[in-house]
Ligand binder design. Structure first.
Ligand SMILES: Nc1ncnc2c1ncn2[C@@H]1O[C@H](COP(=O)(O)OP(=O)(O)OP(=O)(O)O)[C@@H](O)[C@H]1O
Ligand SMILES: [Mg+2]
Length: 357
């Protein structure tokens, strides 16, 4: 049972209702890792099933080796298994078997691509005409470009069908300027309902802790967890499990340390940042959330001789909000992202500091 998310659940349910009533479309769920995108999509799938819809799930693959159209291949394969032989032809088209068997020239690349999109979307529309259909495409930030193009193609054709596609993606990852999915997701956003997931409120974090620990936490503990996690449900859940593992009543439990799973998420995000930004964050992490610029520009006593170049910091007011990476990844990465994308905060200026040895 999910905590909070009333608006997102309401929007997803009404999109499902719309599809069941013949007015389909695309809903995009965007948010950082652990915000609850997959959990919300699962909630929508359960609701869709209860409303009599057929539901299919395709998940994008992070690593190398997945074929093009991978999430769609999973969906069409599952649909084909459920019945009807047209699915086999579409599957063959998506996996490229048709071209290999044909052996001949089937047309130029864009014509082949168009034919593939047309076959797949016609199939989805036909299936939805038989029974309302809800498709989840999870983790679109890892999708191949062909899969996203097919989604853009299909999105234009769903308004008068009983098909809903729910796509989830980590917006923080896609916002990196050279991410291949970025332009296609931006194009899709014009034709889809976009639901951005913010952090849970402090009250909701309290509810989540209570669910995990079986005990209502006191306000200061709730606030401490909310501060550390910025309301990220996954982070909050992991910290709550650490609290529960201490085996003492919550009013004696300490919010200390970083749960290993949270550390992994933060480390993966740091790994994508330029070294100089990570250096800056390392300094900022021991200072606290808000601090004068001079504090992070000053040489830490233990730091070896090095030079720190931070692309962007605000000139006024002379403070910069960074969150301790040991306590929360989200706000920290938000700040860091501004730097990596070259998007300056209001009044921002280029900033260079030297740490003399
Ligand atoms: N609103 C919520 N209430 C309770 N638990 C939640 C809520 N949202 C997410 N969770 C829990 O937090 C964890 C992470 O959620 P989920 O996997 O849906 O995140 P995600 O956004 O899909 O992350 P990722 O980008 O890594 O796939 C799961 O265990 C999920 O059950
Ligand atoms: Mg997920």
């Amino acid at each position: 049972m999910l905590v909070g998310r009333r608006l997102a659940i309401g929007a997803l349910r009404s999109a499902v209702d719309g599809a069941v009533g013949g007015a389909g479309g695309v809903v995009l769920l965007a948010g950082e890792a652990g915000m609850g995108k997959t959990a919300l999509a699962s909630e929508a799938v359960a609701y869709a099933k209860a409303r009599g819809a057929e539901t299919m799930w395709g998940t994008c693959w992070e690593g190398d080796g997945a074929p093009g159209f991978w999430p769609w291949i999973q969906v069409v394969r599952a649909l084909a298994t459920e019945g009807g032989d047209a699915g086999e032809g579409v599957l063959a088209e998506l996996t490229g078997v048709t071209e290999e068997r044909g052996g001949g020239v089937l047309g130029d690349e864009s014509a082949i691509r168009f034919r593939t999109y047309d076959m797949a979307s016609t199939y989805v529309r036909r299936r939805a005409a038989q029974r309302p259909l809800v498709v989840v495409l999870d983790d679109l930030h890892w999708a191949d470009v062909s899969s996203l193009r097919l989604l853009v193609f299909l999105a234009r054709q769903l308004h008068d069908t009983a098909a809903l596609v729910i796509g989830t993606y980590r917006d923080v990852e896609v916002m990196v300027s050279d991410h291949p999915a970025r332009p296609l997701l931006a194009e899709l956003a014009g034709q889809a309902e976009l639901i951005r997931l913010p952090g849970l409120t402090a009250d909701e974090v309290g509810e989540l802790i209570e669910k995990v620990c079986g005990e209502r936490p006191q306000a200061p503990l709730i606030q401490a967890v909310h501060d550390r996690t910025a309301g990220n449900p996954f982070f909050a859940q992991q910290i709550a499990r650490l609290l529960a593992a201490q085996g003492v009543p919550l009013d004696r439990a300490l919010v200390a340390g970083v749960p290993p799973a949270v550390g992994d998420v933060v480390a993966r995000r740091l790994a994508r940042l330029p070294g100089t930004v990570v250096d800056l964050l390392a300094v900022a992490s021991v200072v606290g959330r808000r601090f004068p610029i001079a504090t992070v520009a000053a040489p830490p006593a233990h730091q070896p001789r090095r030079r720190c170049r931070s692309p962007t910091v605000p000139s006024a007011p002379p403070s910069w909000s960074v969150t301790n990476p040991a306590t929360s990844g989200s706000a920290m990465i938000c700040s860091a992202r501004s730097s990596t994308t070259g998007c300056r905060p209001p009044g921002g200026r280029r900033f260079t500091s030297r740490w003399p040895g």
